[in-house]
Ligand binder design. Structure first.
Ligand SMILES: Nc1nc2c(ncn2[C@@H]2O[C@H](COP(=O)(O)OP(=O)(O)OP(=O)(O)O)[C@@H](O)[C@H]2O)c(=O)[nH]1
Ligand SMILES: [Mg+2]
Length: 301
């Protein structure tokens, strides 16, 4: 199955909900204010968020106000305005040309999919011919290191691991020197999702960033927040927290396959002015892919 076909089928809970919302009010009618409201409600129900649902429905209404619209016309208009909205902050995740290894951190709260995304990204970049190393900076849980080791083996990339309960910042520091010596082009750093408090977590990430900068003041080159699409409002709370305190540069949104909340990608990117680098629609290696606004809009609507 092609990626687009898989994306479409995995987003079916979300697209089905939106489709039912659209056909229920558009059949045989003009798009008046009541119709626009219904479109807005449909989008809110699919987790587009109040702000984006209003903006998108207004943009569609502007095109067709007072006109008879078929579901097909409305669908196409919604796809178009959605593509435009998603394109505002979009940028691809690429390995920058730097003299030493590029460094990407994967951060986020526990269970969101950091470790699996790190593993899948390793395989993805390895497949593009980049020399990748995975760094197991979730040093407090042996199981976390074991989990990343399995991904490293699957992707065929080296795993850099610390001593038991080594300070993650010290592991990251050592890993950079090792990566440089071994000709690694990209270090993917998997971090812990749970410390005693959120403040501890932010301080730990801050320390990792500071020690990186001692070796390369342009590093880390990306700090990627991994969010779970099924969590609704919690994803927003986390986006705000990590944006304010951890200097995140973009998002990976996982678990879009298990949810009717596909609009959350739009809300998160727009509300926090962040690119969505990759989306996850399942547990296998090829289920994490680069985010493409047009493709996503077509699969969702
Ligand atoms: N259905 C589905 N499951 C996913 C996706 N991405 C990750 N998962 C699953 O989510 C679970 C948690 O993923 P992890 O990668 O361990 O999450 P984590 O953020 O590293 O968690 P901690 O290390 O506890 O902080 C695993 O069972 C993954 O297989 C996805 O896109 N779709
Ligand atoms: Mg993990």
């Amino acid at each position: 199955m092609s990626w687009f076909a898989r994306l479409k089928s995995r987003l079916s809970k979300s697209s089905g909900k939106i489709h039912r919302g659209l056909v229920s009010f558009v059949t045989g009618g003009v798009l008046d204010e009541a119709g626009r409201q219904e479109l807005e409600d449909t989008l809110i129900a699919a987790d587009f968020g109040v702000t984006q649902a209003a903006a998108l429905s207004l943009a569609v209404a502007k095109r067709h106000r007072g006109q008879d619209v078929s579901p097909e016309t409305l669908t196409q208009s919604l796809r178009d305005v959605l593509t435009d909205t998603l394109s505002v902050h979009a940028r691809p995740l690429v390995v920058p040309a730097v003299s030493g290894p590029a460094v990407f951190f994967l951060v986020g709260v526990n269970g969101n999919g950091k470790t699996t995304s790190a593993g899948k990204l390793a395989a993805y970049f390895q497949g593009l011919g980049v020399r990748v190393a995975l760094v197991a900076a979730d040093t407090f849980r042996a199981a976390a290191v074991d989990q990343l080791r399995v991904w490293a083996q699957r992707a065929g990339v080296p795993l850099y691991e610390g001593k038991d309960k080594q300070d993650p910042a010290s592991l990251v520091y050592e890993s950079y020197a090792r990566a440089k010596a071994e000709g690694i082009q990209l270090m993917l750093v998997d971090t812990a999702g749970r410390l005693h408090t959120k403040q501890d977590l932010m301080e730990s990430l801050g320390k990792m960033v500071r020690v990186m900068k001692k070796q390369d003041d342009t590093a880390p080159h990306e700090v990627i927040l991994v969010l779970d699409a099924t969590t609704g409002q919690a994803a927003h709370t986390q986006a705000k927290l990590f944006k304010d305190h951890a200097g995140i540069t973009g998002l990976i949104v996982t678990k879009l396959d298990g949810t009717a909340r596909g609009g959350v990608v739009v809300a998160l990117s727009s509300d926090y002015a962040l690119p969505v680098f990759m989306i996850g629609v399942g547990e296998s290696l090829e289920d994490l892919q680069p985010f493409d606004p047009k493709e996503y809009a077509e699969a969702l609507i």
